[in-house]
Design a protein around this ligand. Structure first.
Ligand code: NAD
Length: 452
C-alpha cells in the first residue's frame, strides 16, 4: 500500500519506518528541511533503539522516502497519517494549529477520484476528527468550486488511530502492539486500516474498532491513568519516608496483586516527557470545557509538580539553603532511559533549582547531552563519561535510570567524588549494600541508614 506520514518526529519516523518494514511504500513529509535532508541522506535524527537498522534497510530498498513537499508526498497515498505536534497551548489545552493547518492544506491538494483515509495519530482532544473533516471540506470547497467538496464526492474519510508507543522501546511497541485502536465511521476506512495493521497483530493482539470520539478519549484516558499510577506511588513513597516504611517492599506487596499489576509502580522524581504532562493537562482542560471538574487528575498534576523538586529539597535539607560553592555530578538528562528526548525531563527542573541555589552542575547522559546543550548551553558543564562527571563533585545525583548507571564501578565513584554522597531519584542501588560501601545515600521512599 502507498502511505504518507505527515510529521517525521518520534511518532512519525517510527510509524513510517515500521510500515515500510512490512512492505508498504511510505513517504514521510516534514516542514523541517534540515531533518528531511538528513533522513534522505541516511542520517537518523532521533535516538531510538533498533530504529536505525530498519530505517537504513527500507531507505536502501526504496520503500521509504522523505520530502518537504506535502502535495507530492500524499499524491498517490491511500492512507495519510498525521503525526504532528499537539503541544499545550497557553491555557493547557492541546494546540491544534499543526493538525488543522495540514488538514486545510490537504483539502486544497487532494484530487477527487482517488479515495484516501486521513488518519489522526497525534494525541488530540475529543471532537478533533470532526474538526479535521470540516477543515478539509471547507478548503476543498474553495479549491474545487461549483459548491463541490471532497466529502460529498466520497474522496476521503477521517480516522482516529491514537499511538501508544513508548519512546525507548518504540519499534517493539509499534511492531508488536498490545492493541491497535481505530476510531472510524466508515466500513471502507475500517477495511483499509485493518489490512494495513494485519502484519502487526498476527499473534492475535486485538484491533479494537470504535467510534472516533471514543478512540480520541482512549488515548487521553490511557496516559492519564498511567500518570495517576505514578503520582499515587510517589505519594506512597512520601508516606514511607515519613513513616519509616520501605516503598520497595510496599511496591512488591501490592504489585503481586493481579488487579494492581507490577508495572508503573516505581516512585521517582515525577513523570516527564512530551506526553504525560501535556496529556493530563489537556484532559483536565477538556473536562472543564464540558463543566466537569476532574478532581483526581488535578491532584495527579499537583503531586507531580511537587515530586519534581522533592530530591532537590532533600539536597537542600542536607547542605542548607545556600548551595554556593557546591558542585554536583548529575547522571541522566533524558526524561527516561533509552531516548534522547528531554522534553519536560525532571533533570532539567533539578538543574534549574540547583543553579538558582548557587551550585554548579556537571552532567552526563549517554544520548541526551546534545539536546540539553542546545537548550541551556553552558549553564552546566558536560562530561565525556559517567566517571569524569564525578570529578571534584560534592555529591552524585541520579535523575535517569540508564542501565549503565545500575551497576557502576563504585571504586571509581569513590575515587572521583569529593565526598561519598549520593542522591538517587531512581532508586538504582540496594540501600543496605551501598551504605555498607560507606556512602551517604538518599533515595525515594526508602530508608536512609547512615547518618549525615
Ligand atoms: P515531534 O515533535 O517529535 O514530531 C513532530 C514533527 O512534525 C516534527 O518533525 C515537526 O517538524 C513536524 N511538523 C510540524 N508541523 C508540520 C507541518 N505543517 N507539516 C509537516 N510536518 C510538520 O512530536 P512526536 O513526539 O512525534 O508527537 C507527535 C504526536 O504524537 C503528538 O500529538 C504526541 O502527543 C503524540 N504521541 C507521541 C508519543 C511519543 O512518545 N513521542 C507517543 C504517542 C503519541
Amino acid at each position: 500500500m502507498k502511505i504518507a506520514v505527515v510529521g517525521t518526529g518520534y511518532v512519525g519516523l517510527v510509524t513510517g519506518t515500521c510500515f515500510a518494514e512490512t512492505g508498504n511504500t511510505v513517504t514521510c513529509i516534514d516542514i523541517d528541511e534540515n531533518k528531511v535532508n538528513k533522513l534522505s541522506a541516511g542520517e537518523i535524527t532521533i535516538y531510538e533503539p533498533g530504529l536505525e537498522k530498519i530505517f537504513l534497510r527500507n531507505l536502501k530498498e526504496e520503500r521509504l522516502f522523505f520530502t518537504t513537499d506535502l502535495a507530492k508526498g500524499v499524491e498517490n497515498a491511500k492512507v495519510i497519517f498525521l503525526a504532528l505536534p499537539t503541544p499545550p497551548g497557553e491555557d493547557g489545552s492541546a494546540d491544534l494549529k499543526y493538525v488543522l493547518g495540514v488538514a486545510a492544506e490537504l483539502g486544497r491538494i487532494i484530487q477527487p477520484g482517488q479515495y484516501k483515509v486521513i488518519v489522526d495519530k497525534s494525541t488530540v482532544p475529543v471532537g478533533t476528527g470532526e474538526r479535521v473533516e470540516a477543515a478539509i471540506i471547507e478548503s476543498s470547497k474553495a479549491a474545487l468550486g461549483n459548491g463541490q467538496d471532497l466529502k460529498t464526492l466520497g474522496a476521503f474519510d477521517v480516522v482516529s488511530n491514537p499511538e501508544f508507543l513508548r519512546e525507548g522501546v518504540a519499534v517493539d511497541d509499534f511492531m508488536k502492539p498490545d492493541r491497535v485502536v481505530i476510531g472510524a465511521g466508515s466500513d471502507k476506512a475500517r477495511k483499509l486500516m485493518s489490512d494495513l495493521y494485519a502484519p502487526f497483530v498476527r499473534q492475535g493482539n486485538p484491533v479494537i474498532f470504535m467510534d472516533l470520539r471514543s478512540a480520541e478519549l482512549t488515548k487521553y484516558a490511557a496516559n492519564s491513568f498511567l500518570a495517576t499510577k505514578i503520582s499515587f506511588m510517589n505519594e506512597i513513597a512520601q508516606l514511607c519516608e515519613r513513616l519509616g516504611a520501605d516503598v520497595d517492599m510496599v511496591r512488591r506487596g501490592i504489585g503481586s496483586d493481579e488487579r494492581i499489576g507490577k508495572r508503573f509502580l516505581f516512585p521517582g522524581i515525577g513523570y516527564g516527557g512530551s506526553c504525560f504532562p501535556k496529556d493530563v493537562q489537556a484532559l483536565v482542560k477538556s473536562s472543564g470545557e464540558v463543566d466537569y471538574d476532574f478532581k483526581i487528575l488535578n491532584a495527579v498534576m499537583d503531586v507531580n509538580e511537587k515530586q519534581k523538586l522533592h530530591l532537590f529539597h532533600r539536597i537542600r535539607n542536607y547542605y542548607g539553603d545556600d548551595l554556593s560553592g557546591k558542585q554536583f555530578a548529575l547522571w541522566g538528562l533524558a526524561f527516561k532511559p533509552n531516548t534522547d528526548d528531554i522534553r519536560e525531563a525532571p533533570a532539567l527542573y533539578i538543574i534549574d533549582a540547583l543553579i538558582n541555589a548557587g551550585a554548579t552542575v556537571t552532567a552526563y547522559d549517554p544520548e541526551a547531552m546534545s539536546n540539553v546543550k542546545r537548550l541551556i548551553g553552558d549553564k552546566i558543564s558536560y562530561a565525556e563519561n559517567q566517571y569524569d562527571c564525578l570529578n571534584n563533585a560534592d555529591a552524585l545525583i541520579i535523575a535517569t535510570e540508564w542501565n549503565e548507571f545500575r551497576t557502576p564501578d563504585f571504586l571509581k565513584i569513590v575515587r572521583n567524588l569529593k565526598k561519598k554522597v549520593i542522591f538517587d531519584g531512581r532508586n538504582l542501588f540496594d540501600v543496605v549494600a551501598i551504605q555498607e560501601l560507606g556512602f551517604y545515600y538518599e533515595s525515594i521512599g526508602r530508608p536512609t541508614l547512615t547518618a549525615k
